[in-house]
Write a protein that binds this ligand. Structure first.
Ligand code: ZN
Length: 382
């Protein structure tokens, strides 16, 4: 039995047991410690700085202490009432939990080191910052980062995972992608599932933000689980992520937001002849084969913005290389798009590959850049 009396008062008695923390408390715990004395108050309501006190109170309300602690990897166990939690003190090393949090009161108290207070006090001790800098830091945490910054973080994380998971590199090899420079340039990554949320939480992104963006679902699971990821950029910012399933899930997934303009348009728009494909694996394999004038609409239906991009230079000609589908969907879509481009004053031609192929499968089946050039030369003008 351990008696915790670091500040001279006996509050709790612990004995090793089979509770969720491996500890069992004999008397039901209450966090009354701060009710006997005020631990390092961070504001003085009613004083001359009452406006500041009001701001600080608001700040504390907007950053629930428990959420802040969990974001910094504190592992709570429920202790006593629904609002009380117990765990190891994040402020010093200890083997037995003596750090209590009352989520309702938004306060903590550690019976090991005798320190306690609110979220500002905790952050001050945890980050070892002066009071004003702590407040500024917490305010910064509340500033919503732009969605593009969040997507940037997610894409960078996925990119790091790619080479850690053999199933992902095997999939890329199966799709004919083997040039590390192209894989790097396209920012291709992999979502193994199960770790994005923790990573982004560690960067102080609240759960709701991740949920809003669609990166995770309401259970906290990675929406792109077991998908190869391509970041879709526009004007140097990531506007969406495309995920290709490598398992049984539906093959294609984009986040529920605009897919943006034509893929990599900034680098393709200088070409007077542009190759337009349906999918990003088509684009990747054509880039790898040297056809850097390839762009992708992420599907066969171009948005008005994508159509306007194709028309942004007079005299441009567009070679449409959509899938050769058994049900002729790709061929029909090519024809409709060619007519749409023509009526917008853009010269268009339809490129036929061998039956059943898309550009990716065409190269994977052994075609060379010369074979593809032949197909381009035989393209049907409209
Ligand atoms: Zn402590």
């Amino acid at each position: 039995m351990i008696c915790c009396h670091c500040d001279g008062t006996r509050y709790f008695y612990f004995s090793p047991g089979s509770g969720p923390c491996g500890f069992k408390k004999l008397p039901p715990p209450t966090i009354l410690a701060w009710e006997y004395r005020c631990f390092s108050p961070t504001l003085n309501p009613g004083g001359e700085n009452s406006a500041m006190a009001h701001d600080l109170e608001r700040l504390k309300q907007r950053i629930p202490l428990l959420e802040y602690l969990q974001r910094h990897n504190w592992k709570p166990c429920r202790a006593g009432t629904r609002q009380e939690f117990l765990g190891l003190c994040p402020l010093h090393h200890e083997a037995r939990p003596s750090f209590y949090v009352n989520a309702h009161k938004n306060l903590f108290y550690c019976h090991g080191c005798g320190r306690g207070g609110d979220v500002i006090r905790f952050a001050q001790l945890f980050l070892d910052l002066p009071f004003r800098r702590t407040v500024a830091h917490l305010e910064q945490e509340l500033m919503p980062a732009s969605p593009s910054q969040l997507l940037q973080q997610a894409a960078a994380f996925y990119q790091l995972q790619l080479h850690r998971y053999p199933e992902a590199t095997r999939y890329l090899a199966r799709r004919g992608l083997c040039d590390p420079a192209i894989i790097e340039e396209l920012g291709i990554g992999y979502a193994p599932g199960g770790n994005l949320r923790d990573h982004l939480a560690g960067l102080s992104y609240p759960f709701d933000r991740l949920l809003d963006t669609g990166l995770i679902n309401s259970q906290g699971r990675d929406a792109f689980c077991r998908r190869v990821i391509f970041p879709c950029c526009q004007h140097g910012r990531i506007v969406n992520l495309y995920g290709r399933s490598i398992g049984q899930a539906f093959p294609h997934r984009l986040l529920p937001r605009s897919k943006g303009g034509l893929f990599a348009w900034e680098s393709v728009s200088d070409f007077s002849i542009v190759i337009l494909v349906e999918g990003l694996f088509d684009l990747a394999i054509l880039w790898q084969a040297g056809f850097r004038n390839t762009t992708c609409a992420l599907g066969t239906q171009l948005t008005s913005a994508q159509l306007a991009q194709l028309a942004d230079q007079p005299g441009r000609s567009v070679c449409i290389v959509f899938d050769q589908d058994d049900n002729l969907a790709g061929q029909r879509a090519s024809h409709q798009l060619a007519l749409r481009l023509k009526s917008a004053g853009i010269q268009a031609c339809i490129v036929q590959l061998s039956h059943g192929h898309d550009p990716n499968s065409y190269f994977v089946a052994g075609a060379t850049a010369a074979d593809f050039t032949d197909c381009l030369e035989r393209a049907q003008q409209l």
